[in-house]
Design a protein around this ligand. Structure first.
Ligand code: ATP
Ligand code: MG
Length: 816
């Protein structure tokens, strides 16, 4: 089963209901086309050029989607097309829903039908169900999700005796997806790919396709590829759809891949009634095979196309627009577009550095509350007006936790919430059994993850014992092992697991004492980690790490050398980090249970949290862009894998992010992120340096830099602020500046750079009097890199990372 099945049903339903013309032409005559009055002349030209190819190539917020939607309304309104004669492709289901609603609003009545308005995948499912037999499938085919796909590939790999540690199934799945994106069926994979997957790639690809056919199944890539094959090999079917889809409209055209492009071109080639809109600067799916070249090729494929350029941005204030333009100017090989706006100047883009990710989440939470009260001279906003756009989904966790703590409603768009992710649920299941050994549901979830030879038969054995003796499954496993009721791998593995859970359980429930502040304790991190240390001398954080290590769960993902696995490992680290805010595992599990309980959708306003990728095409009055740190954004992986091309795609993502904002855009970064219990200092993103200074207001949270200026200080120019702030005379600042200068960027030299100190841990001299939140006042007795040896007045001598203390006179400002 997959998410597309539901959609497909919705489409079938729509098809049955629709088909007829719901708007009579007489009615249209009487009503006219008032919606045209809301358009500027260029948009109007694009809407009114109903026949022939139209390309709308324009920057963010210039009303491309608005024009596209109006064009649909106009096609219907003028009687050019009936709802079922329009093929309209959007990028997300959310966008498709919105488009339908907007058309209805423009026409002032509901539009029946529109069965062919949707995402490529949703439309692909629908077409394929109609013609499945032409590619050897039955119309009730199943759609495999990624996990099923991997499982199937694994079977094939095993049958071929290939070492799947060296040649993981996921790697092959990635290859096959890439080939499908390029519209390569097994026969069409070019010779240049022959070496792929140890020279076995194409052969196993063919076997995989055969196997799918035998199972009457398809994967996501097939939804397009099969339809394309049908169009290419059955002229009659293609002719039918060419007649049927009299008008074709495509939003976010810059992100189509080759298969999608060919598919559209085939359909449009006869009547040429195709309207594509896009923005080369917003092409952010190169990693999934999108080809921005499709846009450039349009005029060649459809000669005589009306090319409409839109330049007025209606969404964002001048400062926001200028900041976005400044950043994207760093990319080479752009088509280049002018953008202007006549909106009032508004607020500058705000930039703020935080101590760490938690502090960032705290600050954004406070800001959201302030915005809802009405701050900065603005009318009160609703949380629905606000969005937080992150680069990596693991960033979401800090926000979810903080918002839950302060009771701020939020929604996560376009992906599971942090605690719903597969690896997080697995890890939590381990913790749950460790805390409550009778939690059968959790036990069942992880008993065979990683593989312990606990197949269906072995599980039936355990369940039988559990039922007969009225004991939990873990207990049943103990009995089964003792009585020799398990065999092979399962026997040893269960014996070990039972022992492990016994030990973890004892550790999880150990009495908790605050850490003793004895004279020679060496603390190299914040005291929080030590807070949950139990009698056995192990904190709940260490225990959690141990559980994941000893159970083989972490190793399982480490062994899988795939992009997805890396993300899962990052999420696991993030989970460990989350534990720092709790005294023990139990408290943490309760907190998560609360989060899960908080899921039901109510009508109340909520701030949206989503990835930058999911935010394409959307707009919000207030946008927060956290985590602008090199390595996180631009993402290290993207830079490692694709070099400058990768950085450029990341930069387009930055452009997409900033241009989502209508009135207030706030960019932030943290000076420290904690990775596996280790603090790592982070440099602000190179994109921060690329923001044009005159459009940016630098905020500093009170206390972070030991004085200087705070968020509440009266506005001043950047230079004034720099001159006023003591921190900019610190060694850390100077070091940072020289590093920033040494760092290569693709930024043209005339742009003014803003450089913010990511390492603004205050510099202390020997003998300086300092304050630490937990240990109180003390004097610096030694300096070793960024660590200080401090003789505390009450807590003895300790080594502390410099950033965790402030000058004694700033004790009130201590932010952590
Ligand atoms: P993106 O590149 O981000 O997808 P877009 O070009 O599709 O942006 P739209 O979302 O269509 O832009 O429009 C941006 C905003 O500007 C919307 O709020 C829209 O209603 C408004 N808008 C578009 N055209 C006009 C116009 N002619 N007059 C007034 N407002 C307009
Ligand atoms: Mg749009």
């Amino acid at each position: 089963m997959s998410r597309f099945d539901d959609e497909s049903e919705a489409f079938e339903g729509a098809a049955q209901a629709g088909g007829g013309l719901s708007l009579s032409q007489q009615a249209i005559g009487a009503r006219g086309a008032p919606y045209l009055d809301d358009l500027n002349p260029e948009q109007r030209a694009a809407v009114e050029a109903l026949d022939g190819p139209v390309l709308m190539l324009a920057g963010a917020g210039t009303g491309k989607t608005k024009a596209l939607t109006t064009r649909i309304a106009h096609l219907l309104n003028t009687g050019r097309a009936r709802p079922n004669e329009i093929l309209a492709v959007t990028f997300t289901n959310k966008a498709a829903r919105e488009m339908k609603e907007r058309v209805a609003r423009l026409l002032g009545q509901t539009v029946e039908g529109m069965p062919w308005l949707g995402t490529f995948h949703a439309i692909g499912v629908k077409l394929l169900r109609r013609h499945a037999e032409l590619v050897g499938l039955k119309s009730n085919f199943t759609i495999l999700d990624t996990d099923d796909q991997i499982r199937l590939l694994k079977q094939l790999i095993q049958a071929e005796n290939i070492d799947d540690k060296r040649w993981p199934a996921r790697m092959l799945a990635g290859l096959i997806d890439g080939w499908k994106n390029r519209a390569w069926t097994p026969e069409k994979v070019p010779a240049s790919e022959a070496g792929a997957y140890n020279h076995r790639g194409t052969e196993i690809y063919a076997a995989y396709q055969e196997r799918l056919r035998a199972l009457n199944a398809v994967d996501f890539g097939d939804l397009l590829l099969h339809v394309l094959t049908i169009f290419q090999t059955h002229a009659d079917v293609l002719a039918q759809y060419r007649r049927w889809f009299r008008y074709i409209l495509v939003d976010e055209y810059q992100d189509t891949n080759v298969a999608q492009y060919l598919w559209l071109r085939l359909l449009a080639q006869k009547h040429h009634n195709i309207c594509c809109v896009g923005d080369d600067d917003q092409s952010i799916y190169g990693w999934r095979g999108a080809e921005v070249g499709n846009i450039l090729r349009f005029e060649k494929d459809f000669p005589g196309a009306t090319v409409v350029r839109l330049e007025q941005n209606y969404r964002s204030t001048p400062h926001i627009l200028a900041a976005a333009s400044g950043v994207i100017a760093g990319n080479e090989g752009r088509l280049g577009k002018t953008l202007w706006t006549d909106l009032a100047e508004g607020e500058k883009v705000r930039l703020i550095g935080h101590w760490d990710g938690e502090e960032e989440a705290r600050w954004i939470g406070d800001e959201l509350e302030a915005l809802c009260q009405g701050s900065r001279g603005m009318a009160p906003m609703s949380l629905d007006d606000c969005a937080i756009l992150v680069r990596a989904s693991h960033q979401m966790r800090a926000f979810e936790d903080r918002f839950l703590t302060i009771g701020l409603p939020y929604r996560v768009i376009g992906g599971p919430r942090f605690y719903e992710r597969l690896e997080i649920r697995d890890a939590m299941a381990y913790f749950r059994v460790a805390v409550s050994p009778d939690d059968d549901l959790a036990f069942e979830r992880i008993v065979n993850t990683p593989k312990r030879g606990m197949g269906d038969k072995a599980m039936q054995t355990l369940q039988g014992i559990a039922r007969r003796q009225g004991v939990p499954l873990l207990e049943a496993a103990r009995i089964a092992v003792a009585h020799g009721e398990l065999s092979g791998k399962a026997k040893g593995a269960m014996g070990l697991l039972v022992d492990q859970f016994d030990r973890w359980h004892a550790l999880a429930l150990g009495p908790l004492e605050p850490v003793a502040a004895d004279a020679d304790a060496v603390i190299e991190e914040d005291g929080a980690q030590a807070a949950g240390r139990g009698a056995a001398g192990i904190s709940h954080i260490e225990l959690a790490e141990q559980i994941l290590e000893e159970s083989g769960y972490t190793a399982m993902w480490q062994a899988s050398k795939t992009p997805e696995a890396a993300g899962r490992l990052e999420n696991l680290k993030e989970l460990i980090k989350a534990l720092e805010n709790f005294d023990n595992l139990q408290g943490f599990l309760e907190h998560v249970a609360l989060i899960m309980d908080n899921e039901t959708e109510t009508g109340e306003a909520k701030v949206s949290i989503m990835t930058l990728h999911a935010a394409k095409g959307l707009e919000f009055p207030a946008v927060f862009l956290p985590g602008w740190e090199d390595g996180l954004f631009p993402s290290q992986r993207s830079m490692d894998e694709s070099g400058l091309k990768g950085v450029e795609e990341e930069r387009r993502l930055a452009y997409v992010g900033i241009t989502r904002a209508e009135r207030l855009c706030t960019i932030s970064f943290a000076a420290n992120r904690r990775v596996y219990g280790q603090w790592q200092s982070a440099l602000p993103s190179r994109f921060v340096d690329e923001l044009p200074a005159e459009h940016v207001e630098v905020l500093t949270p009170p206390g972070l830099y030991g004085g200087g200026y705070g968020a509440a200080a009266p506005a001043a120019t950047l230079d004034e602020r720099v001159a006023r702030a003591d921190v900019y005379n610190s060694p850390g600042w100077k070091r940072m500046q020289s590093r920033a200068k040494a760092r290569p960027t693709a930024q043209p030299s005339e742009a003014r750079h803003i450089v913010i100190d990511a390492e603004a841990a205050p510099a202390f001299e020997l003998g300086a009097r300092v304050f630490h939140r937990k240990f109180g006042y003390g004097a610096v007795t030694g300096i070793e890199g960024d660590k200080l040896e401090i003789a505390f007045e009450k807590a003895g001598t300790k080594k502390i990372v410099a950033g965790f203390v402030v000058a004694a006179e700033s004790a009130d400002d201590v932010p952590f």
